[in-house]
Design a protein around this ligand. Structure first.
Ligand SMILES: *[C@@H]1O[C@H](CO)[C@@H](O)[C@H](O)[C@H]1NC(C)=O
Length: 255
């Protein structure tokens, strides 16, 4: 049974939370070497938008266009993931018409799954390598993860206080991928008052970018096996943050 818990947001977000605008690649580093933080591609012109308050999509509407070569079955699969994000928040995904000046170009280029982080008044990217359905980039949770990048989320383990919750085992990280474990300062990322969330759909898995098969992210608390790095569903905290980020009037969190 589903319980809908409607929480009034008592506190609105004070001030702006500013997020560097980049493109995030998902944690298949082998597929996307050389990119910032695994599934991130820096957009050089907005790399320094640290004090830019407008990195959310205006009115919570994410405009998108499917680029050529994405078949109808895949479009439906992507739309289904969009629907899940919409159901848990007040954001909307709308197919852009020809006059729309800014939108996400949803592409199917080889080389991984990645997305621009946050809103840019331009054409941004969400790429999903055309894997078979329910594999690789074409897993609903993976697409939701990328959509959250599009909406302005960074990886969970990038947050400023992550060292209180996890240890990055650099000794096990592939040398070329050390930068994938970047940490952002408090000025750069906003936690909306929510505590560290091991179960976020935005958290890397314990073996991300491992050089030797050993853990690269070691939780400092006892957590359920499989929690960290899950790509099954938005966590409650993910939903709360998304709702706060987009100032949704009512927060609907499903059990
Ligand atoms: C979208 O991406 C595709 C594939 O990379 C590219 O061919 C196309 O020109 C892009 N569309 C726009 C509007 O940028």
């Amino acid at each position: 049974m589903r319980t809908f818990l409607v929480l009034a947001l008592l506190a609105m977000i004070s001030g702006s939370h500013t997020l560097p605008t980049v493109v995030q690649w998902e944690e298949d580093p082998e597929q996307t070497p050389g990119f910032f933080e695994g599934d991130i591609v820096l957009r050089p012109k907005s790399r320094n938008c640290m004090s830019n308050p407008s990195q959310h999509w205006p009115d919570g509407i994410v405009y998108y266009k499917f680029s050529e070569g994405i078949d109808d079955v895949r479009k439906d699969f992507i739309r289904n993931a969009m629907n899940i994000v919409e159901e848990g928040s007040c954001v909307h995904f709308k197919e852009a018409d020809d006059d729309q000046p800014y939108f996400v170009n949803i592409t199917g280029n080889p080389g991984g799954c990645y997305s621009t982080v946050g809103f840019v008044e331009d054409i941004s990217i969400l790429n999903l390598h055309k894997h078979d359905l329910n594999t690789g980039c074409y897993r609903t949770g993976k697409i939701i993860h990328e959509l959250l990048h599009t909406l302005g989320f960074y990886h969970m383990q990038s947050t400023y206080d992550r060292d209180d919750y996890i240890r990055i085992a650099y000794e096990n990280v592939k040398p070329d991928f050390v930068h994938d474990f970047a940490k952002y300062s408090k000025d750069f990322v906003e936690d909306f008052g929510e505590k560290y969330d091991y179960g976020s759909i935005m958290h890397y898995s314990p073996h991300a970018f491992s050089a030797n098969g050993a853990e690269t992210i070691v939780p400092l608390q006892e957590i359920r096996e499989g929690l960290m790095g899950q790509r099954e569903a938005l966590s409650t905290v993910d939903l709360i943050k998304l709702n706060k980020m987009y100032k949704c009037p009512e927060l609907q969190v499903k059990d």
